[in-house]
Design a protein around this ligand. Structure first.
Ligand SMILES: [Zn+2]
Length: 252
């Protein structure tokens, strides 16, 4: 079985049909990322209804200007009330979209890392054009988690792995001009988790159209090709990693 460790679903998606297509493709569990208030509220309804969908919650750096301390307290309350919220994320730094508020982004990030420490939960990291600052901050904490949508250098990948992080590998791996192949070739399957980040970043041959968790095997196939191994091996190793990191009580 495969697990999509990072995707975004909306109530407007036909989730019954989506789950059927996922099951046909061997994708048996999903972890959705609720990273703004609307996404969190919708996600809570989704995880309530579907036994094999779990959730991480946290405020994305793009939410920095509207997130208050009360909102962080709200996250804590939700996590304590709901066993299917299994981590905090996606949280982090984004200097691509937002450059003029680096200090407040760092502050929001730190607050959520402190919450993860307090609740002893893994984290899911969003880092875009902010590698050094992200790394420096993570280094100060003793947390575990996933570097979501990893697309950096091999050197940086090794540093994150040393800190105890998995690399979330998604559709970017299938893009023709991606250097991620060289990273995946060199790092162990023990350090990789699979993700789609749907509806964004659809893998080739669906690049540019709406992504879906059912495309996880396309990413797994690419990893199998790079690693010269089987799809079964990719499925079992990456699923094992998810269980090591998250407390997933699979009901399927
Ligand atoms: Zn995401």
């Amino acid at each position: 079985m495969f697990i999509d460790t990072h995707c975004h679903l909306s109530k407007e998606d036909n989730i019954d049909e989506l789950i059927n297509r996922c099951t046909k493709n061997g994708v048996d569990a999903l972890i959705i990322s609720g990273c703004d208030k609307k996404g969190i509220i919708e996600g809570l309804e989704i995880i309530e209804e579907y036994s094999n969908i779990y959730m991480t919650i946290g405020f994305h750096p793009s939410e920095v200007n509207t997130t208050t301390d009360e909102d962080i307290a709200w996250l804590e309350k939700l996590i304590k009330e709901n066993k299917k919220i299994i981590g905090i994320g996606e949280i982090g730094l984004d200097y691509y979209w937002e450059r003029d508020n680096k200090e407040s982004q760092k502050e929001l990030f730190e607050k959520q890392l402190t919450l993860a420490e307090k609740l002893n939960l893994p984290i899911v990291i969003h880092s875009r054009e902010a590698t050094q600052d992200t790394y420096n901050i993570l280094k100060k904490h003793r947390l575990k988690g996933i570097i979501h949508c990893y697309s950096g250098s091999l050197e940086m990948a090794r540093e994150y792995i040393k800190l105890g992080y998995y690399l979330g590998i998604g559709g970017v791996l299938t893009f023709k001009n991606s250097n991620l192949k060289d990273v995946v070739k060199e790092i162990s399957l023990d350090n990789i988790t699979l993700e789609t980040d749907s509806p964004y970043l659809a893998p080739t041959p669906y690049r540019g159209s709406k992504n879906s968790p059912e495309y996880i095997p396309i990413i797994a196939e690419k990893i199998a090709e790079i690693k010269e191994t089987t799809m079964e091996e990719i499925a079992s190793r990456t699923t094992k990693n998810v269980h090591t990191l998250f407390d997933l009580k699979i009901h399927i």
